[in-house]
Design a protein around this ligand. Structure first.
Ligand SMILES: NC(=O)c1ccc[n+]([C@@H]2O[C@H](COP(=O)([O-])OP(=O)(O)OC[C@H]3O[C@@H](n4cnc5c(N)ncnc54)[C@H](OP(=O)(O)O)[C@@H]3O)[C@@H](O)[C@H]2O)c1
Length: 254
C-alpha cells in the first residue's frame, strides 16, 4: 500500500542517531525529503546524512540546539527555503539521566523539561500555522513508556514525557478535522547505541530488566520507525489523532 509520503517534507529533531535516525531513514525510504538535526556530534551527523541520502531520500543537515527558539526559527526558514513547506514534524530529541529525586536540583529539572517538553511546544507553535493553512500536517511526539508508568529516579523525565502525551491529546482536540494530526509514540526499552549494554551494567541488571518485558527482549529502532511511518502516512494515518502508540513488548498495557 502506498504511504503517500513521496515528496513530503519531514523534519526529525535529534535524528543523527538512535530512534530519530531510524525514523529519518524510514521516511526517506518512503520518498520523503528529510531534515536531519542533532546537537553537536558531527561524525554521527555526517553518517546519518549519508544513510538518509543512500536510502533514496533528499536530505538537509541542520545541526543545533532544538531548545533554542532562534535556532528553531532558522531550521524552519531554511527547510522551507531549501525543501518546501513542512508536512511532517517529529519531536524526537530528548532523554534524561537517572537522578534520585532528592538530588534533583532546579537546573536539572528545568533542562530535562525544556528538552523533552518545552522544545516540542515551541516547535509545534512555529510549524502548525502553515500546516493548518495548507490543510495537511503530521506532528509526531516521541514520548516514553515512563510518561505512562513513571520511572525510578526519573521524576523529571517521566513528568516531561507525561506532559508531552497531554500536549498531544489537547492539540489533537483543538485541531481535529483540520487535516493536521497530532500523535505520540511512547516506546519501551529500545536498543540503541546508548542503551546500557553489558559493558556498563551487570549481567544481573540486564537479565532483571529483560524479565520486566513480557517479550523478553529490547525493542528495535525499526519497530518504532515503522509506527512513525504509519502515523505520517496518508491515507493510512488520516484517522489517527491524539493517540499514543506503545511499541514496548508488552511492558506497559495502558
Ligand atoms: N532508547 C530508548 O529506549 C527510548 C525509550 C523511550 C523513549 N525514548 C525517547 O526517544 C527519543 C530518542 O531516544 P534515543 O535513545 O534514540 O536518543 P539518543 O540515541 O540519545 O539520540 C538523541 C539524539 O538527539 C540529539 N539531541 C540531543 N539533545 C539535543 C538538542 N538539545 N537539540 C538537538 N538535538 C539534540 C542527539 O544529538 P547529539 O548526538 O549530537 O547529541 C541525538 O541525535 C528521546 O526523546 C527519548 O526520550 C527512547
Amino acid at each position: 500500500m502506498s504511504t503517500g509520503l513521496t515528496g513530503k517534507v519531514a523534519v526529525v529533531t535529534g535524528s543523527t542517531r538512535g530512534i530519530g535516525r531510524g525514523i529519518a531513514v524510514a521516511l526517506a525510504r518512503e520518498g520523503a525529503k528529510v531534515v536531519i538535526n542533532g546537537l553537536d556530534d558531527e561524525i554521527e551527523a555526517a553518517s546519518a546524512y549519508r544513510e538518509v541520502t543512500e536510502s533514496g531520500g533528499m536530505a538537509l543537515l541542520y545541526p543545533g540546539d532544538i531548545t533554542d527558539e532562534r535556532f528553531v526559527q532558522g531550521l524552519v526558514d531554511e527547510t522551507e527555503q531549501e525543501l518546501g513547506p513542512i508536512d511532517i514534524w517529529v519531536n524526537n530529541a530528548g532523554g534524561g539521566k537517572n537522578i534520585p529525586f532528592l538530588d534533583l536540583d532546579d537546573e536539572r529539572w528545568h533542562s530535562t523539561i525544556d528538552l523533552n517538553l518545552h522544545s516540542a511546544f515551541r516547535c509545534i507553535r512555529r510549524v502548525i500555522p502553515g500546516m493548518l493553512e495548507r490543510g495537511f500536517g503530521r506532528i509526531i511526539n516521541i514520548a516514553s513508556q515512563l510518561g505512562v508508568k513513571g520511572g525510578y529516579e526519573q521524576a523529571h523525565y517521566a513528568t516531561a514525557k507525561a506532559g508531552l502525551i497531554g500536549l498531544t491529546r489537547s492539540l489533537a482536540l483543538e485541531f481535529a478535522g483540520s487535516g493536521v494530526t497530532i500523535n505520540a509514540i511512547a516506546p519501551g526499552r529500545i536498543q540503541t547505541e546508548k542503551t546500557p549494554g553489558t559493558a556498563r551494567v551487570s549481567q544481573a541488571w540486564l537479565e532483571r530488566k529483560l524479565r520486566e518485558i513480557p517479550m523478553g527482549r529490547f525493542g528495535k529502532v525499526e519497530e518504532v520507525s515503522a509506527t512513525a511511518v504509519l502515523i505520517a502516512s496518508t491515507p493510512g494515518g488520516d484517522f489517527y489523532t491524539g493517540q499514543t502508540f506503545h511499541p514496548n513488548g508488552g511492558e506497559v498495557m495502558p
